[in-house]
Design a protein around this ligand. Structure first.
Ligand SMILES: NC(=O)c1ccc[n+]([C@@H]2O[C@H](COP(=O)([O-])OP(=O)(O)OC[C@H]3O[C@@H](n4cnc5c(N)ncnc54)[C@H](O)[C@@H]3O)[C@@H](O)[C@H]2O)c1
Length: 340
């Protein structure tokens, strides 16, 4: 029986990963720690709360004492660090919490990994550490050797964490791997991010705010394909290595918005162009050759299929997004854990 620590498992990708692992393996245990910030919701983990192979602990990854105690008690076989402040817009307004959680939180987890001899530490990073690519050079892609060149406090904090992870490998031989993935979409995505925001606003016939001219390009990956890649890296990836993850699904933001409008039978007059984000990255595009050739990973869901699945999920799970948006998930938490 292998025991995994998943940090940030009440957030979008972490929760999808928890479901992916518990569905795929009968002989794995998952302990999830999450601070339950605005982005983390126990509602999201409802489907695994009663699973005997799952345990939830409300904790902050920067809380060294609590984290060390947990490592001592649980004796993990692997740590997968998803926990982060993840929204670029918020990092522009309030950078400090990004540096604390994303960098110092990573350091605490690495120290605990060393002290308790955990055989594997995986850092979930992002393609945003590479900065951006010009719009008129579709031949260029990010490889693992592309220099780090960050644009926002968010990406700078993620890049700093990556450097720390690599330094621990070099200095202490901590058995680390890093993955850098492109933009994810799918179930349980908090409605402040582009795709869920557009779905939810369109359903309410509210304006669809699009930055600038909407020509920025993102390389979209269905979240389950990301989970599959992380699982493969944790099982078979080479220690000390970085793996880029992406599925060659590049789309301009405006194309994505129009696809959602069409799928929901709404009108393009809902689109409202708003002042661009400062320092807005133009294009991200991943070259996933390394993970494909070394580990045999490939994406299973193309964009057209994935976006329809995602829209269907939001239509079928209105209660989830209504709850996470109006704060009633906090009441839910109190009800579940308030007296325990
Ligand atoms: N969303 C994407 O498209 C994308 C792409 C590539 C990489 N990533 C990376 O994947 C990871 C997960 O992203 P996401 O989109 O699921 O983010 P998210 O914001 O949905 O979830 C983050 C989770 O971390 C928790 N958290 C925040 N601070 C914490 C702390 N101090 N201690 C414990 N838990 C804390 C939050 O409560 C939340 O549940 C992040 O590291 C992010 O940088 C995301």
């Amino acid at each position: 029986m292998k025991k995994l620590l998943v940090t940030g498992g009440a957030g979008f990708i972490g929760a999808n990963f928890v479901y992916y692992i518990l569905n795929k393996y009968q002989d794995r245990q998952v302990v999830c720690i999450d601070k339950l910030t605005y982005a983390g919701n126990l509602e999201t983990l409802k489907g695994v709360m009663d699973n005997p192979n799952f345990k939830f602990v409300k904790a902050d990854i920067t809380d060294r004492e609590t984290v060390f105690k947990l490592f001592e008690e649980e004796k993990f076989d692997a740590v997968i660090n998803f926990a982060a402040e993840s929204h670029v817009d918020r990092s522009i307004v309030e950078p400090e919490v990004f540096l604390k959680t994303n960098i110092l939180g990573t350091q605490v987890l690495l120290d605990a990994t060393n002290k308790y001899n955990v055989p594997r530490y995986h850092q979930v990073s992002t393609d945003e550490v590479y900065g951006d690519l010009p719009l008129d050079r579709p031949d260029l892609f990010f490889t693992e050797d592309t220099p780090i060149h960050t644009s926002s406090p968010y990406s700078a904090s993620k890049a700093s964490a990556d450097l720390l992870v690599l330094a621990y490998y070099r200095t202490y031989k901590t058995p680390v791997t890093i993955s850098r993935c492109s933009n994810n979409y799918g179930p349980y995505h908090f409605p402040e991010k582009l795709i869920p925001l557009m779905i939810v606003n369109a359903l309410h016939d509210k304006a669809l705010p699009v930055y600038g001219e909407g020509i920025n390009v993102r390389d979209w990956l269905y979240v389950e394909d990301h989970c599959k890649a992380i699982d493969m890296i944790v099982n078979d990836g080479t220690v000390g290595e970085i793996y880029n993850i992406g599925g060659h699904n590049e789309r301009q933001n405006i194309e994505v918005v129009k696809t959602i409008i069409k799928a929901l039978g709404k009108d393009e007059s809902l689109i409202k162009y708003v002042t661009d984000r400062p320092g807005h990255d133009r294009r991200y595009a991943i070259d996933p050759t390394k993970i494909r050739t070394e580990l045999g990973w490939y994406p299973e869901t193309d964009f057209d299929t994935g976006i329809q699945k995602t829209i269907d999920w939001y239509l079928e799970n209105r209660e989830w997004w209504q709850n996470v948006m109006d704060g009633s998930y906090q009441e839910y938490y109190e009800k579940m854990y308030g007296n325990k």
